[in-house]
Structures are given as C-alpha cells and as structure tokens.
Design a protein around this ligand. Structure first.
Ligand code: UD1
Length: 418
C-alpha cells in the first residue's frame, strides 16, 4: 500500500508530455483477440487497469508482454475459459472484451462486472446490442453465457450512446459476414481510435466519430503496430491543476480538438490558453474564476471523467459554481474529502454547488475512485500545508506515475509506503 505526500501552495511551471489514452488502449487490447497474429501497441501506458485487462487476456491463453513501452499481444489460440469475478472485479470495463471473443470464437463466458464506486454501471445496452446480432445470452448465477453460433450482422439502435457498448459491437461485427450498423453510436475520440486500429488490422469500419457506424465484416484480420491516441483526460487533469495552483505549463502530445470542451471551460475559469500544433500552453496567475454552470455529457460536451478535477479547481474559485453530473449517479463521493480541506461544497443528487473559498488547507485524504483521486491531488497541490493521500492504487489505474508528472512541474509531491 502506498500514499502520496503533497506539500501544497507551489505554482506549476514547465512542460510535460501526455501518456497515451487508457480508455483507447483498453478496447484496443481487447480487440487483439480478433487476430491470431501478434499486435504491438506502441507507447502503451503502464497502468493498473491495463494490467487487469492483460490478466484477462492471459487467462484466455493470449500472451502479453511489455518491451519497454511497447506491448506485444498475441492471441494465437483463444481458450474459452470463464472470466471469473476475480478478474472482472478488478476492471469494470472488462465487459468490453465480450464482442471480440464472440467475433473470434462465437462463444464467451464472463462474470458480471458488478457496480462500482461511481454508479451502478449496468450492461443492458451491451447485452441487448449483442442479442441484436443474434447472440443467445443467459445469466447463469452471475456468469453471462453467450452463444453466438447463429450470430449474424444487423442494425443495432442504441437507446443511449454508450462508449463501451459501441466498442463491443464494433468488435463483434469485425469478423461477421455482412454489414453491422450501429445507430446512435457514441462519438468519443476513443471510438475513432478503435476503428482506426481495427482498420489497421485489415478491417472495414466506417463512420466512427459520427452517430452511425458501419462495420463490414472481413474473413480474417492481421497483426499490426499501433500507437493509441493521447489521453485527453490526463491532459485535462494537468491543465486543471495548473489553473488551481497558478503557473504556466506547456502540455505536449495532445489533440487540441479532443480537449476543446475542457479548454473552453478553463478559459471561463480564468485561464489563458494557446495552442501550437499538438501542444497546449496554459497560464494562470490568479484565483480561478467560478463557472456558473458546468454540466457533463457525452462527447463533445464536457466529459464526466473531468468533473472531479474541475470541482477541485473550482473549490478555490472567486465565487460559486454549479456542477451537474449527467452520466453517473454517484460521482461526487470525493467531495467529502475536499470538505476536510476547507472546501464549501453541497451535493444533492447529481448537482454540486461549490462556493469557492480563498484557500484550502492540507489534510489526510482517501481516494476511492480514479478521477476522484486525481481531484484530491489537485486540491492538495493548491492547498496550504501538507496533505497525505491514501488509496493511490485507484489513481494508478489511470495515471502513469502522477507524482512524477507534478514533481517535474515543480510540485512538492512524492510517493511513500504506508
Ligand atoms: C467509458 C469510459 C469512462 C467514462 C465513460 C463515459 C472506458 C474504459 N471508460 O465508460 O471512463 O466515464 O465512458 O464517458 O472507456 N449505461 C447503461 N447501460 C449500459 C452501458 C452504460 O445504462 O449497458 C450507462 C452507464 O451507467 C452510464 C452511461 O450509460 O450512466 C455512460 O456509460 P458508458 O458510455 O457505457 O461508459 P463506459 O463505456 O462504461
């Protein structure tokens, strides 16, 4: 068990390079099952969630090995082992693997991923989508048993533009005869990245990034080397931290279009931003300004995965902000930790009212989920005095060595054993 020790109050300055995206790499790793040839994922981030996905892949008989930052995955043979709850419990998005196993093997067995800290996370859209491709699915005491013997392509209308369900169906259709069409597909950049990866393996996916995606199945996919897109949430996390602490930082390896919803809100919160190629520079020299209403929604709106980090930033704003969380029903759990630091936040259902205070003070804090944990780190960097953040394993799910990123920018932050 480890903790982060943070002495707050220092501005952040310098430049930092953003890792590749966890949420792009996870479905890409799952999609490696679609080919029996080796795939190299270049610059794959070293994260707990990636390890959890690789353990599932190994459980299915695939090999997966890092050579430096490059990950090589080979699924020459896929064993139809039940993916049990020990494995799915470590990674809520383990359900994303269903589509690729079914596409390759026409059968799959996976334990229900269950709920998680930020909400129930039902999988009804994944299940109904696969049923729309004629997969027979029964729940046998918590194990989802899928029989895709009669699987065929078709048109799937998603009731909600779920990221994971869209990705699952793209993988499910990749090796099916004929054309699979997803209507009301999610439009997140990670969907486009998965489509480009499948196409790099010889697949035929069109329309990703729009609401209708067409997948023409091919007989066989081949191995390739692929670099996932930059992590837009990690970029947003650094930018929010700089606006909370003050300073001036150049964030490299970003796709500015991907973070437009974030940078526009940072401007509202008083930051100055400029874009040059794939780098964004932020300068913040005053207390953040409040944001009258900050509402999360599907891409290209403001992402739910940035909501906690913005709340931490707005805790020190020069006025009141209202945050509305539209995607997950229980994503304000971290706010009680911010209150320990002197923040004034009231939560009712999916709305938080953040009355900015002039300063936060250090405290002993516990991270209970990934992005909530990042919010605590931001608040601690901006606070006066020392904070200790426990529950670092949650933060390690999505940030490659978060303390190194902020220490290199001048933050007083280090990791220690508990
Ligand atoms: C992905 C991201 C996650 C992000 C989320 C929303 C990955 C690995 N994770 O998660 O970081 O927060 O998108 O941008 O890419 N829903 C249902 N039924 C379903 C599926 C989803 O009701 O079958 C609901 C969820 O409970 C949630 C909403 O739809 O309220 C959004 O979920 P979804 O877009 O599926 O998110 P994930 O793919 O799980």
């Amino acid at each position: 068990m480890q903790k982060l020790i943070i002495d707050g109050g220092l501005p952040l300055n310098g430049e930092t390079e953003i890792q590749t995206a966890k949420n792009a790499a996870l479905p890409i790793i799952a999609a490696c099952i679609l080919t029996d040839e080796p795939v190299t994922i270049e610059n794959c981030p070293h994260l707990n969630d990636i390890d959890a996905m690789l353990n599932i892949m190994r459980h299915l008989g695939c090999t997966a090995e890092f050579f430096g930052d490059n990950l090589t995955v080979c699924c020459r043979d896929v064993a139809l082992n039940v993916i049990n709850s020990d494995l799915t419990g470590k990674l809520r998005s383990s359900i994303f693997i269903l589509g690729s196993i079914l596409s390759r093997c026409r059968r799959a067995y996976i334990s229900h991923p269950g709920g998680c800290e930020i909400g129930l996370r039902p999988i009804d859209l994944h299940i109904s989508g696969l049923k729309g491709l004629s997969v027979k699915i029964v729940d046998d005491c918590g194990v989802i048993c899928c029989d895709g013997t009669d699987m065929k392509s078709g048109v799937i209308n998603l009731d909600f533009a779920s990221v994971g369900a869209t990705e699952n169906l793209m993988m499910a259709g990749a090796l099916l005869d004929g054309e699979t069409v997803i209507v009301n597909a999610a439009r997140e950049p990670e969907i486009v990245d998965l489509a480009e990866f499948i196409n790099a393996m010889g697949g035929d996916v069109r329309g990703a990034g729009g609401s209708v995606i067409s997948i023409r199945g091919v007989k066989k996919l081949h191995g390739c080397a692929y670099t996932p897109m930059p992590d837009r949430i990690c970029a947003g996390t650094v930018l929010a931290a700089v606006n909370a602490t003050g300073g001036s930082v150049t964030v490299k390896n970003v796709v500015p279009d991907h973070i437009f919803g974030i940078t526009e809100r940072l401007k509202k919160a008083g930051a100055r931003l400029s874009v040059r190629g794939n780098a964004v520079r932020i300068t913040a020299d005053a207390r953040p300004r409040p944001i009258h209403k900050l509402e999360t929604n599907v891409y290209p709106a403001f992402p739910t995965d940035m909501q906690p980090q913005f709340c931490a930033m707005l805790a020190r704003a020069s006025g009141s902000s209202v945050i509305v969380e539209n995607l997950f029903e229980n994503r304000f759990g971290y706010t009680s930790e911010l209150v320990k630091m002197g923040a004034s936040i009231t939560v009712k259902d999916r709305i938080a009212v953040v009355n900015g205070v002039s300063s936060l003070h250090g405290a002993t804090l516990k991270a209970c989920d990934l992005r909530g944990g990042a919010a605590l780190v931001i608040a601690a960097l901006a606070a006066e005095g020392r904070s200790v953040v426990y529950g670092v394993e949650h933060i390690d799910r999505g940030y490659e060595c978060i303390e190194r990123t902020f220490a290199e920018l001048g933050g007083a932050i280090h990791r220690a054993e508990v």
